[in-house]
Design a protein around this ligand. Structure first.
Ligand code: NOJ
Length: 758
């Protein structure tokens, strides 16, 4: 295969050494020198070419540019394109790379991007579900596997992880992130980036990651996708930006900006966010790709007059690459000639793109990711086993009245009822990359794989959930009329010892563009559940969904509730492992489940308000028709055993900036099976120069205990953990009293306090 000669890189160009950012991991040496060398060879047109990204002709996620494929091919040959997305096989990536390597003047390799969100072929739980495992090693591992499978198909850049904090279950993309908490999301961000990028981007088994969407996208007003964001500076810095800062510090290779307007400025044209904060204050030197067409969408925002004006704003604001928008390729040359965009800024953007390409090792071998030998070595079977393990770790037990679970050996007749009971597609979820349709182990299959011949398993769908075409772009049609399957379901349920109800959301009910004003059980599901309940109250409800659902009736009436998200390829086996006690559930919610949709946005780390409670009147911050707290709070999840938390012991009740303190307690497994507890540490800053949340997650540990075992658990609290973006616009701690709160969820907590002296 033809390679780009590194000789050329050294022959020309200035040898001006620049500080190399040690944080984007790569074994390639002298990257900065090489980047400068290549830049010096480039014409302005070739530079602009590096900032252009084309779509392959499938998997469109928005209106495609009007350029035909022939023209795209010509531009690739001329070296006028830096990247492509959605080119998805060894053959296709090789083909596209050849166009560039065999025809263009400088032979600068393409970088191939794709949305590898929760697996490439082997599917893992959707991110909101996987986060419920709180298991950072597991999350790193699934990213490593996804990277390996992608890389072997020629993809060397994923548009993940999505680390938008979201507190609104109406927003369909809540499934794609890690929920409502900035601390947990930051930890997940780092784990995912490590998984995708490894220690060396130049390895043919690792790929570049993307921190997205910068910034604020998860705060869409009213939960409506692409809608405007209203956040103040305080919330931006304390809640939205921390995961992005963690990603930048972890050496993520790229960022993606976002579609939304944030307080009057579209994120894509936001200079303060991109140039001042990310590239300035945080000193991050990867590149920013726009979201799909988000540059040109600034015209619709009413922020740019036309395509050319949009390109000017975006480039000047620090948006480096134009994803399938056509604005940069159409206008940047003229804009530089007219002096509206400086060549210096273009150079900076191009250097960023080249830097990542060098770090990926593409200049040494542009075809290293399109390697059929690597593909032949992928241990897909092993990946399935890992997928099953991560899936069961992600399951959250929400209710277990009278220990209906795990299912007892006395249960001899199980009816598996509901639209998702034998659905092999929904567990694959949205953003499924190359995960095959209908390829998951269904719940029914998982149950049948697990029970012995002595247990009778019957099945009835009851009602379809979604009807018509299922795909990323097709609107979802929910069945609200066809009850023809009810009678059979009711009959089978009536004859069973135990009913497993499989309800929730269709695979494409959450995800991009899937905002909803109702988040209850869609279609006829609630009605079906109540009819089954009328004939058999022995029900375990298994939910499969990508967002928190409103399930107050079920929470009141159904004895067993299992949150099983969309768990990926091994879904049914993983759920059966939990239902039959082969695996003791340990997942905890990364997002609050509401009592009613009207509570949204709902999150545990709220502010206290000036009127948190009043015993004698209605004039305090609450609802008159519903409680104000969550049905199931952030951090909540049951186990088949019980954990008892001892009182908190502090190593000192006073802290100074240079000396951390320790908080310890005894954790006991008081039940009779082994179990794993996610122990959570929260802090509250009682008085500060800006109002502070009533509690904030600041640490967690996964502790496994044998029955009857007690372990001392210790957290160290440092001054850094007390810092926040304060009234002086600085990250700092402030002297005063703090509460330290520890428990197995964000609601039921042991409390102590200490003072910070400064
Ligand atoms: C639009 C989405 O917002 C973004 O997350 C995704 O990476 C791009 N489309 C590319 O598919």
């Amino acid at each position: 295969m033809k390679k780009y000669s590194p000789f050329l890189v050294f022959l020309f160009g200035s040898f001006l050494a620049q500080a190399q950012n040690p944080e984007i991991p790569s074994s390639v040496e002298n990257v900065e020198t090489k980047v400068d060398s290549v830049l010096n060879l480039m014409t302005l047109e070739e530079k602009i070419g590096q900032l252009v990204q084309y779509n392959g002709s499938w998997d469109l996620t928005g209106p495609a540019s009007d350029m035909d494929n022939k023209q795209k091919e010509e531009n690739l040959k001329r070296g006028m394109v830096g990247s492509m997305l959605n080119v998805l096989s060894v053959e296709a990536t090789t083909e596209a790379q050849k166009l560039v390597m065999e025809n263009s003047r400088l032979k600068i390799p393409l970088i191939f991007g794709y949305d590898v969100i929760h697996g490439y072929k082997t599917m893992f739980p959707v991110p909101i579900g996987e986060t419920a495992s709180w298991d950072l090693e597991a999350m790193e591992e699934s990213a490593r596997i996804a990277a390996l499978e992608s890389a072997a198909h020629g993809v060397n850049w994923t548009f993940a992880p999505m680390i938008d904090i979201s507190r609104d279950a109406r927003w369909g993309r809540i499934m794609e992130g890690s929920g409502e908490d900035p601390f947990l999301t930051s930890k997940v961000a780092v784990a995912k980036i490590k998984g995708y990028q490894g220690n060396d981007l130049a390895s043919p088994t690792t790929i570049a990651a993307t921190a997205k969407h910068f910034a604020g996208y998860g705060f869409a007003e009213a939960g409506r996708d692409y809608n405007t964001i209203h956040v103040g500076e305080n919330e931006l810095h304390n809640t939205i930006l921390p995961p992005f800062k963690a990603a930048a510090d972890a050496g993520v290779a790229t960022f993606m900006n976002s579609f939304n307007d944030i307080d009057g400025t579209p994120a894509t044209g936001h200079k303060i966010l991109q140039r001042d904060i990310l590239k300035g204050d945080w000193n991050w030197n990867g590149f920013i790709v726009s979201d799909w067409g988000s540059i040109i969408e600034m015209v619709d925002h009413g922020f740019a007059r036309d395509k050319k004006h949009a390109a000017e704003i975006a480039l000047n604001a620090g948006s480096d690459m134009d994803m399938e928008g056509g604005a940069y390729e159409a206008s940047l040359l003229e804009l530089v000639e007219e002096g509206k965009v400086s060549e210096e800024k273009i150079n900076d953007a191009v250097k960023r793109v080249l830097r990542v390409k060098f770090k990926l090792g593409l200049f040494e071998d542009p075809y290293k990711y399109s390697n059929p030998d690597l593909l032949a070595q992928i241990p897909f079977q092993e990946h399935q086993e890992t997928a099953r393990d991560i899936a069961r770790k992600s399951i959250v037990l929400l209710k277990n009245e009278n220990n209906i679970l795990p299912i007892k050996s006395s249960v001899k007749n199980i009816a598996v009822i509901g639209p998702l009971a034998d659905d092999k597609d929904t567990p694959i979820g949205n953003w499924r990359a190359q995960g095959e349709a209908n390829s998951a182990v269904s719940l029914l299959e998982g149950i049948k794989n697990t029970v012995g011949s002595g247990v009778k398993v019957t099945h009835a769908k009851g009602a379809a959930l979604g009807m018509g075409e299922r795909s990323f772009l097709a609107p979802l049609e929910i069945n609200t009329t066809d009850r023809s399957g009810f009678a059979d379901a009711v009959k089978k349920a009536g004859n069973a010892d135990l009913v497993i109800m499989a309800l929730g959301e269709d695979a494409f009910q959450s995800g991009e563009g899937r905002s909803q004003v109702n988040i209850g059980l869609a279609g006829l599901q609630q009605e079906l559940l109540e009819e089954i309940y009328a004939v058999n109250k022995n029900i375990v409800l298994v939910l499969q969904n990508g967002r928190p659902l409103e399930i107050s009736w079920a929470a009141e009436n159904i004895p067993g509730i299992v949150e099983a998200w969309q768990l990926g390829s091994e879904s049914g086996n993983a759920i059966a492992d939990v239902l039959f006690g082969k695996y003791n559930p340990s997942g905890k919610l990364p997002v609050s489940f509401p009592r009613a949709v009207g509570q949204e946005p709902l999150y545990y780390n709220q502010k206290n308000t000036g009127r948190p409670f009043s015993p004698n009147s209605v004039t305090y911050s609450a609802y008159t028709d519903e409680k104000k707290d969550a049905l199931y709070p952030f951090g909540f999840g049951l186990s088949y055993t019980d954990f008892e938390y001892g009182d908190l012991q502090l190593s000192s009740s006073k802290m100074t900036p240079d000396a951390s303190i320790k908080v310890s307690f005894q954790l006991t497994n008081s039940g009779d099976v082994e179990g794993k507890e996610v122990v959570q540490l929260y802090l509250r800053d009682l008085v500060a120069s800006t109002t502070r949340p009533v509690k904030e997650l600041k640490g967690f540990q996964l502790i496994t205990l044998a029955p009857g075992e007690t372990k001392k658990v210790t957290f160290e609290i440092s001054e850094e953990m007390l810092q926040f973006y304060n009234a002086e616009r600085k990250w700092d701690s402030e002297a005063g009293e703090f509460h330290v709160l520890i428990g197995g969820n964000s609601r039921d907590l042991k409390k102590s306090s200490f003072t910070l002296n400064k």
